[in-house]
Write a protein that binds this ligand. Sequence first.
Ligand code: ADP
Ligand code: MG
Length: 624
Amino acid sequence: MNINKKTTYNFQSESKQLLNLMIHSLYSNKEIFIRELISNAADSIEKLNFYSISQPNLFENDPNNKIQISIKEKEKMLIISDNGIGMKYQEVIDNLGTIAKSGTKIFLESIEKITKKDNKLIGKFGVGFYSVFIVSKKVSVSTRYAGMPIDQAVLWESSGEGEFTVSLIKKETRGTEIKLYLKPEEEDFLQSWKIKNIINKYTDHISIPIEIESFDPKSKIYSWEKINKASALWTIKKNNINEQQYKDFYKQITNEDNEPLTWSHNQVEGKIEYISLIYIPSKSTWDLWNKENKHGLKLYIKRIYIMDNAEQFLPNYLRFIKGIIDSNDLPLNISREILQENKISQKLKTSITKKILLMLEKLSNQDNEKYKIFWKEFGLVFKEGPAEDQENKEMILNLLRFTSIKLNHKEQTLSLKDYVKNMLPEQEKIYFITADNYDSAYSSPHLELFKQKNIDVLLLSDRIDEWMMNYITEFQGKKFQSVSTTDNSIDKLTNKNSIENKDNKNEILLFIKKIKTILGNQIKDVRLTYRLTNTPAIVVTDANAMTTQMAKLFLAAGQTVNPIQYILEINPDHKFIQKIINIKDDTIKDWIQLLLEQALLAEKGTLENPNKFISLMNNLFLNN
Ligand code: ADP
Ligand code: MG
């Protein structure tokens, strides 16, 4: 074949369509063409390195791999070159003329048999190169396969409209040089700072140096300036990274000043290969509760930056986690939508979730103070865990923290393990109470029996608690039990000085009947209770009925709920009861109404008609 003789080829017919489709829709982000070209250049250098293990002459005495970019302002041209493996004539036709077929893919398949490890080749899909036509009116690629004579280089040219030409040319240096003749409206890409920013964003962590040509107007000298850091911290072996480097990296990726509480760095090999470097921040951000706001990990694929806030790798209840994931198995051109359904990303999510829970477990065992900070900042979010993640429930339960009667402070520091360890021999279940706030939980009459018996009760007053408790039924074989619902195990704890031993047994039974008649359908039932000391009466709900806190949640969410049918339990040993039991006149109706409303007020924190309650009380006060 003669030098300079041009041969014209057509793109595959479907290529034309694909090309159009892609230019208009595939990459909403124009700048992405730089990422694609650099990843190809890096691939070609990786390939050269790989082949030269058995054929050192491929280096042509120039082992310094690099990728170079120069900007030709006058010609409105961008040049990206590499000294990688390059392409042979037929390869140029095959690789750059067919969109669906990818040279990298074929190469990968062929080396898969030789080694599965240590190839950082990027991209298995053939659409990458064509992104050049998003910004270019014409592209020319000159390339020489490493080790080939200099007059056996190939020039490929196209304006991306269906045809390309190929010819043989001379090229001194091995590898590939791509000239992009920019469309008039894309001349922004001639600004060096812009190119630098894009490189920083997408390819900063590529291990091959990327250089940009810069011109010093004073000395009129051109020189090459290295613009990528070429240090993907996460790819360095753990032992060779110190604490400060980890902390600096955290600040770099989060733009935060605070130091992370802890981190976990995993280089996973095997069926799915990935590296993750995940951090627990020490401060929550204001946007943690804003569902619109983006959370998630920074996604890299073989060191190339793909996107921020890839939330697909984290369950919601771990959305406070920061960090990066670098996958070897995902395709470069993956979109958020595909990521959501992709099998590999789902596997990665499962794996990363476990890693995070293990990191938290370790923190809780090794550094109580830091764990307290974690819980204070992120406990509320973490409490979504039991509902969201059935698979890891056991681990999640271990990581929950509560406050309780015995703890005697608001701060949630008690683990379920410790609660169970301190259970009394006669105690069957894990008891809890839900309320609007800590104080009303702590002072609830439902707790009187438990305080008296020295049995600890978990005090739950975060809004999410009631909802969370719906998903928590058991821990270490012990059932959870709300103290405001009727329950056999609670009855068993009460003093056995049952009604049978009372002198006024009949009188009490009659009195209960009377209450039932007077209150009518305001209540479901009236019963005696021995679980109270300082309180004359409480209301409780049936074991399978909706609880007070749950009803509040529904109401707050704008849903209608049927009024709760409470059971009124009265304490026959209380002076209030002993006093009104003897009232024979009509005021007894008011006294009993007062008894019920007191109990409702204590339970709900509010009354349907406070004014009625106040005048009822005032009347009784004035008339007695
Ligand atoms: P992919 O990188 O996913 O294979 P591309 O469209 O980006 O798809 O590139 C197509 C093919 O062209 C590559 O697989 C590679 O064989 C070849 N190629 C592209 N750029 C270069 C380059 N700079 N050096 C050598 N080969 C290249
Ligand atoms: Mg590519």
